[in-house]
Structure formats: structure tokens, C-alpha cells
Design a protein around this ligand. Structure first.
Ligand code: AMP
Length: 421
């Protein structure tokens, strides 16, 4: 029979890897909670219309990367390709805006995009991200970027990451800029790639994103979006820059940063790793002041970011952060069937005082069990053999220091309580 395999672009996260994920998730949970953000968990699939209306019909995600299917009742459903749309849907559906003027949310979970798989780019991948609804002041933008920076720092990545920021202005600014950019590009239209020619008609700002050197050269003297900022756009951006400086967060202003999605307004930003090669975008985000209204809610400003967890983990490995998994405190060696019940009982009590205790369900020899204890890097072994059973004792062995002792079974919990406190 043909061997069953995971689908192209999806990956199993095996126990040898999962400790890294848990470490990253712990940092995300801790930092977000420190800033007053609480976790939201949304469904994996949604109605297709949610993404076409928010992310935008003309984006790569919606036009070619979604996993969509028709349900039995004819409804079109889609595996979520990003989470801002789902979180916003949920914000509107549960009328969160009426409960409090500010909502600070974060998420961790899988997403699905039918992209060409390569290192750091998968079809099922994971993001953590945050969304803050309710505030349109620049200190909210500064807080969002500060959270991203703090998570990167605690993951050991901030020394090798660049923060690029830009403001793509309000809607009126973008309308004026779009025309100016099209006027500038028009004479070069035939020299552009097919993709850029298509974008010229659908979403010309995205041409600024081009990776082609030829197109970058053409765009060198293109008008800058900052020249089209309204006064409020400029004040917002200048204030943000001041706040980032006040927090000692280094950044570069990149006039060509527009980001792919349709819903952004004003601030956009991206953290790129200097160590990841082609797929170097670690985290990206921006303000989306029109999104809640566009999806049918009361006008509410919002801003957030999303970070690729696979890329974080690759970068964390490369930066040499200690990502070793947890090792047992105690390996409990039972050598006599009559001792199994006591072994189970004492082990549970030890776990209740916070210790990690591993048992051998294979009833192997003392030598094999101790070999396993060493392999797992257990600190201590407890041994329950014939003599110990007869004496109501258990033998204790410090596997690092080689010290050995006999303890009464009734004293084991107190013994470890003293030892570990
Ligand atoms: P986006 O939602 O496209 O703004 O992406 C935000 C972040 O998610 C990127 O900076 C990447 O780190 C990560 N990311 C996006 N697409 C993929 C993918 N196909 N595989 C792995 N990571 C991804």
C-alpha cells in the first residue's frame, strides 16, 4: 500500500520541535498580557465573503491562494488565510465596541494559503498577532510596534531585525497619490512585468512592492506618498516617530512599503530578519481605520500586526537561543510488579507538588530503566525493588551528583519538598 504522507506545504511539529513552539507561545502570551491584551480564538473556517470584502478581491491571497469550497447547502466556505478579518468579524458580531471603548486582543493559530512551498513559506502555517480596536491616536500605533519589538527582543531576534515603517495615509491621500503614481508610471507601462501591468489597473500602489531591479530603477524618482499626506496624516506619522524614538526602538522610514492587503490606512510596518534569506519578513502590520465599517460595524479605528511563527522559530534557532525541551525531575524505576500501585500513587503526589515524574510502562530491567533516565537527562531516580517493598522504603539517587539514600515511602513527598525548595 502507498505510504500515507502529509500534504505538500504542511508539516508535522514533532515533540523534538514542539518545545520551541511552546517557548515562543509562552513569550507571546506573557508579553501580550503584560500590555493588557487578551487572547481571542476564532474558527478555522469562515464564509468566503469575509475575506474577499476585507482583504480585497485583487490581492494575491484572495485571487489565487484561498482554500475555498462549496458546502452541501451551497455556501462558499474558506479556510482562513489571515486573522484580522476573522477577529474583526467577531468584534462586530459580539458588539464588543459597545462594551468598552478599547479592545485589545491577540491570537495564535494556523492559517492556510495555497502558495508555492519553500523554506519559510508553507500552505498551512502559523501566526501570532494582535489587534487593538477603538483608538486612532498615534500612541496606539506606538504600543503595537512596541509589543512586536518586545516579543522579538525576548526571542533574541531584535539585534538582527530591521523595522521598516511608512504611512500610506488616509483614503483621500491615497486616492490623490494613486493618480499621481499612475501618471508617473504610465510612460513605462510596456517595460513592466505582466503582474505589475495588471496591478497598474487594479492596485497600483502594490507596484511599489516589486522585487524586480528593473522596476525598482523605474520607480526611483516616483512621487512619494508622504508628499500627498493630509495634515492629519503627517501629524500622526510624526508623532509616531517621536514615540518610537522615546522608547529607543530603532526604525527606518521606507516610502515604498505599502503591504499587500487592501484594508490598511496610515501606519504600515514590517520587521525583516537579516538572517532569513528570501523569505525574510518576520512580522507585518498596520492601521485599518475603515475595516470595521467596511464589514458592517460602527466606524471604529483599529491597528494590529501578524507574525509568522515558522519564520520566528527558524530565526530563533539561527540566533542560538536555548530551545531545549523540559527534562524530568525524577525517573521512577519500579522493579517488582507488587510495587506498581505504590509507584503510580507516589508519582502522582510528586507531580502535585510540581515535579516532573516519568515512569517505565515496559517493566524493563534496572539497567535499561536507568539508561533511559540518563537519556532523558532526569535529575533524580527513585527505585522501588523487592527490598524496598519489604521495608516500605524507596531508594533515591541523585543522577548528577551520584549521591544515594534510602527514604521511607511515607517521607518521599516531604523529602522532595525540602530538596527542591
Ligand atoms: P501577512 O499576513 O501576509 O502580512 O504575513 C504576516 C507574516 O506571516 C509574514 O511576515 C510571514 O512571517 C508570515 N507568513 C505569511 N505567509 C506565510 C507562509 N505561506 N508561510 C509561512 N509564513 C508566512
Amino acid at each position: 500500500m502507498k505510504q500515507l504522507r502529509s500534504i505538500k506545504g504542511t508539516h508535522d511539529i514533532l515533540p523534538s520541535e514542539s518545545n520551541k513552539w511552546q517557548k515562543l507561545e509562552a513569550i507571546v502570551n506573557e508579553v501580550c498580557e503584560q500590555y493588557g491584551y487578551h487572547e481571542i480564538r476564532n474558527p478555522i473556517f469562515e464564509g468566503t465573503g469575509l475575506f474577499s470584502r476585507s482583504v480585497g478581491e485583487e490581492t494575491d491571497i484572495v485571487s489565487k491562494e484561498m482554500y475555498s469550497w462549496e458546502d452541501r447547502d451551497g455556501t462558499s466556505l474558506t479556510l482562513r488565510p489571515e486573522l484580522t478579518a476573522s477577529v474583526t468579524r467577531s468584534f462586530i458580531q459580539h458588539n464588543l465596541g459597545s462594551q468598552s471603548p478599547i479592545h485589545r486582543l491577540y491570537y495564535i493559530g494556523p492559517l492556510f494559503r495555497r502558495e508555492r512551498p519553500q523554506k519559510g513559506r508553507q500552505r498551512q502555517f502559523h501566526q501570532f498577532g494582535i489587534e487593538a480596536f477603538g483608538a486612532n491616536n498615534p500612541e496606539q500605533d506606538a504600543e503595537i510596534i512596541a509589543i512586536a519589538w518586545e516579543i522579538l527582543s525576548r526571542c533574541g531576534l531584535s539585534d538582527n531585525a530591521n523595522l521598516n515603517i511608512n504611512s500610506i495615509g488616509s483614503r483621500e491621500c491615497r486616492n490623490a497619490y494613486r493618480n499621481a503614481l499612475k501618471d508617473y508610471i504610465h510612460p513605462y507601462l510596456n517595460e513592466l512585468s505582466e503582474t505589475s501591468q495588471h496591478r497598474f489597473n487594479t492596485n497600483p500602489l502594490r507596484i511599489l512592492d516589486t522585487k524586480s531591479e528593473k522596476e525598482q530603477a523605474i520607480l526611483k524618482d516616483a512621487p512619494k506618498i508622504s508628499e500627498y499626506h493630509t495634515q492629519d496624516d503627517s501629524i500622526h506619522f510624526e508623532s509616531l516617530i517621536g514615540f518610537l524614538r522615546a522608547m529607543d526602538i530603532p526604525f527606518v522610514i521606507n516610502h515604498k512599503l505599502v503591504r499587500g492587503l487592501d484594508y490598511y490606512t496610515r501606519t504600515v510596518f514590517e520587521f525583516n530578519s537579516l538572517k532569513l534569506g528570501a523569505q525574510d519578513a518576520l512580522l507585518g502590520g498596520g492601521r485599518y481605520d475603515d475595516l470595521v465599517e467596511a464589514l458592517g460595524g460602527k466606524p471604529t479605528p483599529g491597528i494590529g500586526f501578524a507574525a509568522g511563527m515558522e519564520r520566528f522559530i527558524i530565526a530563533m534557532e539561527e540566533s542560538g537561543l536555548q530551545l531545549k525541551g523540559a527534562t524530568p525531575d525524577i525517573y521512577f524505576v519500579c522493579l517488582d510488579e507488587r510495587g506498581i500501585a505504590s509507584t503510580l500513587n507516589i508519582s502522582n503526589k510528586l507531580r502535585r507538588i510540581g515535579l516532573k515524574v516519568v515512569l517505565d510502562p515496559l517493566r524493563r530491567s534496572m539497567k535499561s530503566q536507568l539508561r533511559e533516565a540518563n537519556k532523558l537527562e532526569a535529575k533524580f531516580a527513585l527505585i522501588l525493588g523487592e527490598t524496598e517493598i519489604n521495608d516500605n522504603t524507596v531508594s533515591f539517587k541523585d543522577l548528577e551528583k551520584g549521591i544515594q539514600k534510602t527514604i521511607l515511602q511515607s517521607e518521599v513527598i516531604n523529602f522532595f519538598d525540602d530538596l527542591t525548595n
